[in-house]
Design a protein around this ligand. Structure first.
Ligand SMILES: NC(=O)C1=CN([C@@H]2O[C@H](COP(=O)(O)OP(=O)(O)OC[C@H]3O[C@@H](n4cnc5c(N)ncnc54)[C@H](OP(=O)(O)O)[C@@H]3O)[C@@H](O)[C@H]2O)C=CC1
Ligand SMILES: O=C(O)CCCC(=O)O
Length: 483
């Protein structure tokens, strides 16, 4: 990995403004060939408590800074992230596998949350409420929640961190982040840049190491007042239980199983373009990926042919190879999951139109795959594949499509393509999802609320609502006025 600034490759945890080597170490490898990239500390629950204590101490002064001061620090951090976009993208691509161009896009996306919340910090308004009794003034203040703990996944090693850290800091909270074992280096590089931005010691801490013991230390601590987690529904549910003992505030951004509906009146070229973006971004490893593509029977053949053509342009390879669109999957478990989904679908009557097996490049590379003739009985209909598998389900009327789309415990993203205005509003309202893309396969940005319903989670990230999730309301009733 050739970096312009070698100092960004940090291999120590960041606690209270200092770098900590720790005792035991964990390997960080490149998913392209499993080669060793670096070793980072495998911190204990005691080390995590040290970080929580630092965040707790820092909270008493950080919460008192003006919104303007917090905004300035975040703004500086944003500028440093963008100044180092290429180095950060290379670090991310090496540990996560996504193509460098896509990683650059993620860095810009991650930075956009920092810029956005630098601005929103100044807009954390309270309210004045007309009083029901004479001589009273009712006010609602917004106060920071307190110390926040965050646990983030490997699929977006930068954006899932800034989407939590930036609003937390903007609100006046301090935070301890535990990045995924596969991708700690991007998180540590972001911490180095936060350090350079003079974000004070203890305000932003990064601990690396065993998920279970660090997660337990975070949830056991009564100093931690909020947990923000992105990852699987299974772990989210476990963490929710662990947070019950002292009623911590929770934000959970969990698994999805997004439906993508192509109605008979859709612009098929646009729908194919949207499906490519919604399905194959990050090699299919996003929680908003189109997992179930429902296509009206009347346009199934035309849509399938166009999708085959578009998928033919995907180039599988290492993230640093020019022109590559699809990197390796994160690990062998992910390969086994897509294989199980394909095998199950074929056994239940689906047809393979493209791909279907491990890529000849070896390792965790997988061929972009297209299955047709899918049904609701297949595994893909029940759980997200998190891999480059486009699965086409036929339908023959709107009601059936909506019913199948909602036939899941999840409710994160949903997409549909139609040019009929009445249908657009009808279907948008009928879909059980926190986010709906209409005639687009790309919905994520820093200004809109990201989050799900049902088993896809709690709370919203990004947008003006994302700041609220890190604040508590305090109601003041001032009586005896005007005597
Ligand atoms: N909503 C989303 O964006 C994501 C959804 N997923 C879904 O989950 C599936 C499995 O992916 P996976 O990476 O295993 O997801 P996990 O939910 O296991 O991992 C997400 C994060 O939680 C950590 N973690 C795991 N177990 C615990 C625990 N008991 N206490 C505290 N933290 C914990 C992980 O650490 P460690 O890295 O050490 O395992 C990681 O940092 C995917 O196939 C996909 O379907 C996965 C990632 C993101
Ligand atoms: O998969 C995820 O959890 C991250 C969502 C990606 C996005 O913000 O679009």
């Amino acid at each position: 990995m050739q970096l312009r600034d070698e100092e960004l490759l940090k291999t120590q945890a960041y606690i209270d403004g200092q770098w900590h080597r720790g005792g035991k170490q964990l390997d960080v490898t490149n998913p392209v060939d499993d080669s060793l990239l670096a070793r980072v500390p495998d911190l204990s629950s005691d080390d995590t408590e040290v970080a929580i204590d630092a965040a707790h101490r820092a909270f008493s002064s950080w919460r008192k800074t003006t919104a303007h001061e917090r905004s300035q620090k975040l703004r500086r951090w944003f500028e440093l992230i963008m100044d180092n976009q290429q180095d950060l993208a290379q670090i991310m691509s090496a540990e996560q596998g996504k193509p460098v161009a896509e990683a650059r896009g993620e860095i810009a996306y991650a930075a956009s949350f920092v810029e956005w919340f630098a601005e929103e910090a100044k807009r954390a308004y309270g309210d004045l409420i007309p009083a029901p009794k004479a001589g009273q003034q009712l006010m609602v203040l917004r106060e920071p929640v307190g110390v926040v703990a965050a646990i983030t996944p490997w699929n977006f090693p930068a954006a899932m961190i800034t989407r939590k850290v930036a609003p937390a800091l903007a609100a006046g909270c301090t935070i301890v982040v535990r990045p995924a074992s596969e991708t700690p280096l991007t998180a540590l590089a972001l911490a180095e840049l936060a350090h350079r931005a003079e974000i004070p010691p203890g305000v932003f801490n990064v601990v690396t190491g065993d998920a279970v013991s660090i997660g337990k230390a975070m949830t056991d601590s009564t100093k931690v007042r909020k947990l923000s987690f992105t990852g699987s529904t299974r772990v989210g549910s476990l963490l929710m239980q662990q947070c019950a003992h002292d009623i911590k505030k929770l934000s959970l951004e969990l698994g999805g199983n997004a439906p993508f509906i192509v109605f008979e009146d859709a612009d098929l070229d646009a729908a194919v373009e949207g499906a490519m973006a919604a399905k194959f971004r990050n090699a299919g490893q996003t929680c908003v990926c189109a997992n179930r593509i429902y296509v009206h029977e009347r346009v199934m053949e035309a849509f399938t042919d166009k999708l085959v053509q578009a998928m033919g342009t995907l180039k599988v390879g290492a993230g640093n190879e020019p022109g590559v669109t699809t990197g390796p999957l994160i690990n062998l478990k992910a390969v086994e999951k897509i294989e199980a989904h394909i095998e199950d679908a074929l056994a239940k009557g689906a047809s393979l139109r493209m791909g279907g097996k491990r890529h000849k490049k070896g390792g965790t590379f997988f061929e972009p795959t297209l299955l047709t003739g899918m049904t609701q009985q297949m595994l893909v209909a029940k759980e997200e594949t998190f891999a480059p598998l486009a699965a086409l389900f036929p339908f023959n009327d709107e009601e059936q499509a909506v019913e199948m789309a909602n036939d899941t415990p999840y409710g994160l993203a949903a997409y549909f393509y139609s040019q009929n205005l009445n249908r657009v509003f009808r279907v948008a309202q009928a879909l059980e999802a926190g986010m709906v893309g209409i005639n687009t396969g790309l919905i994520s940005n820093e200004v809109a609320p990201f989050g799900g319903v049902k088993a896809s989670g709690l709370g919203r990230e990004g947008s003006k609502y994302g700041l609220e999730d890190f604040m508590e309301m305090k109601y003041l009733c001032l009586a005896g006025l005007g005597k």
